[in-house]
Design a protein around this ligand. Sequence first.
Ligand SMILES: *Cc1c(COP(=O)(O)O)cnc(C)c1O
Length: 462
Amino acid sequence: MKFDGLKEQMSGQLKSKELFEQAKSAAYEYLDSLPAKTIVPSDQAIAALDVFQEPMPAEPSAPREILELLSRFGSEATVAQSGGKYFGFVCGGYYPVSAAAKWIADLWDQNGALFVMSPITSKLEEVCEQWLVDLLGLPSGTAAGFVSGSSLAILCALAAARNELLLKQGWDVNQDGLFGAPPLRVVVGEQAHSTVFKALSLLGLGRSRVELVPADDQGRMIAEKLPPLDSSTLLIAQAGNVNSGAFDPLEALCGAAKEAGAWIHVDGAFGLWAAASPHKYPLLKGFEKADSWSVDAHKTLNAPYDCGIVLCRKRSALVNAMRASASYIQYSPHRDGMMYTPEMSRRSRSIELWATLKCLGKKGVGALVDELCENAGYFAERLAAKGFSVVNDVVFNQVLVKCETAELTNATLRNIQASGNCWCGGAQWQGEPVIRISVCSWQTSRQDLDECVETFVKSRSV
Ligand SMILES: *Cc1c(COP(=O)(O)O)cnc(C)c1O
């Protein structure tokens, strides 16, 4: 390919759609290959990635060959996490309508920063905000910001909390920074997610400066052990422990925070969706009294990556924390997404979120949550029947199991991971290794689970 003709060729490719057709075929081939594919790539496939290891090319390359390279070597080195037998981390799959909507949005290439940059993104953010408030039963007027995931959503919420708590004490942290500011207290459950501590460190609130609240045997904060709160306290609770799936006693925690004038944030990365299920709603009882919440659509909801949401009861608190201005930024009377997020330029993830919510409806989200939880319960029951010990109360989508000895648990997990038939991660639970199962793909069927139980049984050996 000649550099001179590059632009003409690319214009031709836009017209002919040949590259998009090639990409479509490759993507379909990948989908069709999934049932026979091992969940994790082979060592050979990983070694073959060296093909990408080359110096920055001096000359242009042919697009057709680029896509071929990606498809041939790249797809072999993916983790097949969107199928029914991936239980690692809390990942979730995607619905066809969600991914298809994202494809359309990809070619729209919208920048979600401002209304003037993308009215459709702005409209769908507004709609998703209203729908989420309705679906989750949050106070009307709650503001939503659409970010990459819970890491960012937690950061945004805690930034809003920090600003608001300091403002109450007459300190404008936006303008004057933290040096010399009146101290804030941060109270966190001892099993809070690592991203909470990361957000605290990024915000200058410190990872180790926190007051830790002891947890019970399920990893829930013990409300009775909460230190006295006051109006300079940020309390961070959790709806869905990343290992056990347990929910903090939110009614008690929100009650205590409200009484003291403290700010309470609920990290509900995968658990907040329980609000959509009448069966699971009791786990969240009282959570709507919190000041802010964070949740991932790319986990339980099965929207594609990346799709996190920060929700804040007091709109002005979130907007003040994310405020930016410059002479060229043109705010509008409509929704300008960047008022609610740390980023300026941002992809328009509200598009696939809207498609997912519209496709499922309230009933569909509730049914999805129920099915994931029922599948987790079934998985736990079947494994227990085969002699594995289930060490957590399976209240949501998480199952923790172990074997007779730590050595056997570790070896079994290694064998499961190497089997290629299904995939789970490991964790430490109460000082012992466990196999950690997250049921979060809509595709998982009872047959998948039965086959996985067989894999577990066959893998149980040192
Ligand atoms: C996954 C998770 C996070 C982090 O979310 P990302 O979307 O990966 O940034 C935070 N808290 C909990 C409880 C989680 O499960």
